[in-house]
Design a protein around this ligand. Structure first.
Ligand SMILES: *Cc1c(COP(=O)(O)O)cnc(C)c1O
Length: 302
């Protein structure tokens, strides 16, 4: 069975301004499969299944809280695909059961191999070893970003998204914004909110997208994965005001920065803005466990 395309609702976030803001709810695709991860995996998995229908086996990489690991494991369960996660950090070897993302991934049938941060950094070396060991496996890079992933992102754009002036997304490895940029309308401007402090991202996105209709905006607040108290407050206020859950690593940082830009009149009057809610909600319980240990405010869960 192959992955289907799915239709996604768009909801308005009312502002007291002459600007319209909407959220496209890719987060509603599945509780463990962040919206953009689904689209990034669609062509990767379907084209692999075209050639390997017998014993499909998917290997991929990620940190212990990774939305991509969670997505691959959940898809493996749903479509009967064997999955192996190469996890950054040997320390999780003995305590993966305490990590909600890994615990659920394992429950979905994923096996793990834990590697040191140094081994993890050498992706080419690791991939070579895995290719030798598992000749028929599909090996998907970290975050799922490759050319197939960029093609799959086209399904985030529909007839309905064509009327917007701005398309906004959080940026990690750059695959999602590359796809949005590649398939956007001529009149649309694409804004990427960087949650990692990585200066190579612009050229990487440009190469994957082949268009320069995008801009990258810093939204990392220090470093990847950092959760500030201000960010938690923003996410909780947003939830109270609009009834929509954001995640602390991607969509919370994007929306906070986007609200600041709206307040500072970055957008001309009359602008119609569409932000993609890419999901990431599976990571909240893990984040809350860390916050609890630090005696800090928690993220409300709807
Ligand atoms: C992975 C992820 C992103 C970033 O996607 P990239 O293609 O890696 O840039 C954005 N939002 C969420 C919720 C994600 O899980």
């Amino acid at each position: 069975m192959k992955l289907p395309t799915i239709s996604i609702p768009i909801t308005e976030i009312p502002l007291q301004k002459n600007i319209q803001l909407f959220l496209k709810r890719e987060d509603l695709i599945h509780p463990q499969i962040s919206g953009n991860k689904y689209w990034k995996l669609l062509y990767n998995i379907n084209s692999y299944l075209d050639h390997n229908p017998e014993n499909p086996f998917i290997i991929t990489f990620g940190g212990a809280f990774s939305n991509h690991i969670a997505a691959v494991a959940a898809l493996g369960k749903e479509y009967q695909l064997k999955t192996l996660g190469i996890i950054r950090g040997e320390e999780f070897q003995d305590k993966w059961q305490e990590n909600p993302t890994l615990k659920l991934a394992h429950h979905h049938g994923m096996d793990f191999r834990f590697v040191t941060r140094e081994e993890y950094r050498d992706k080419d070396g690791l991939t070579q070893i895995l290719e030798n060991e598992f000749a028929d496996a599909l090996i998907i890079p970290e975050g799922g970003t490759n050319e197939h992933a960029v093609e799959g992102i086209q399904f985030m754009l529909t007839e309905e998204t064509k009327s917007f002036d701005y398309l906004c997304t959080a940026v990690g490895t750059g695959g999602t914004i590359a796809g949005i940029s590649k398939f956007a309308e001529e009149h649309q401007k694409v804004l990427g909110f960087k949650v990692v402090d990585d200066h190579s991202l612009y050229n990487k996105v440009l190469e994957l997208s082949t268009r320069n209709n995008f801009e990258l905006i810093e939204a990392h607040e220090g470093k990847y994965g950092k959760i500030t108290d201000e960010n938690i407050r923003f996410i909780n206020d947003f939830n109270l005001n609009y009834g929509i859950q954001l995640d602390p690593i991607y969509t919370g940082k994007m929306m906070k920065k986007l609200f600041e830009m709206i307040k500072e009149n970055y957008f001309p009057a009359g602008s119609k803005i569409l932000a993609f809610h890419t999901g990431g909600l599976q990571g909240i319980s893990g984040a809350n466990e860390l916050l609890k240990k630090q005696n800090r405010a928690l993220i409300y869960i709807n």
